[in-house]
Design a protein around this ligand. Structure first.
Ligand code: ZN
Ligand code: ZN
Length: 162
């Protein structure tokens, strides 16, 4: 029932490769996150909900007048997500929380897409280490840094604002 792929787009099989990529916004080796944690160490990978063919990351969102949960694709660079409850609006920012303990995901850097947009980090280890984390923008539909290594996003956004 909740296994539709969002907006009906065809999901193209990805060549899955783990590891680090370097540079370049267009061509990149994609990888799939197998573990992801909130800042307090809860595992947010949800094996019951797959996006792009892999268990996604469960995230709670809240903004004035709306809250809910969605599953974010664990595939690097994918905007795929399943909304479990509430509604997301394109171009609108939500504060993002752990669905288990309710702690807010940490803001790494401001995103350039909106004045108040934040890029938040999701750790790959139970204790948050920005060097071992991925991050994404908290504005729905913003493709900047979706599940991309935090270090790469900081470099990329830094280069853009120069
Ligand atoms: Zn938590
Ligand atoms: Zn953004």
């Amino acid at each position: 029932m909740e296994r539709f792929s969002g907006d009906g787009r065809l999901i193209i099989p990805l060549s899955v490769r783990k590891g680090r990529k370097s540079g370049g916004n267009d061509e990149k080796a994609r990888y799939v996150l197998e573990e992801a944690y909130c800042p307090k160490g809860c595992n947010i990978v949800d094996p019951d909900h797959e996006v792009d063919g892999f268990p996604g990351l469960r995230i709670k969102f809240r903004r004035p007048g709306m809250e809910g949960e969605f599953i974010l694709s664990a595939v690097e660079g994918s905007l795929g997500r399943i909304i479990l409850s509430g509604q997301l609006e394109d171009g609108v920012k939500d504060d993002l929380y752990c669905p288990h303990c309710g702690v807010m995901f940490e803001v790494v850097v401001n995103c350039t897409c909106k004045p108040d947009a934040d890029v938040v980090a999701v750790g790959l280890t139970p204790s948050l280490d920005f060097n071992n984390s991925v991050c994404f923008c908290n504005v729905t539909g913003c493709g900047k840094g979706t599940s991309t290594r935090t270090g790469d996003v900081i470099r990329r956004l830094g280069a853009e604002s120069e």
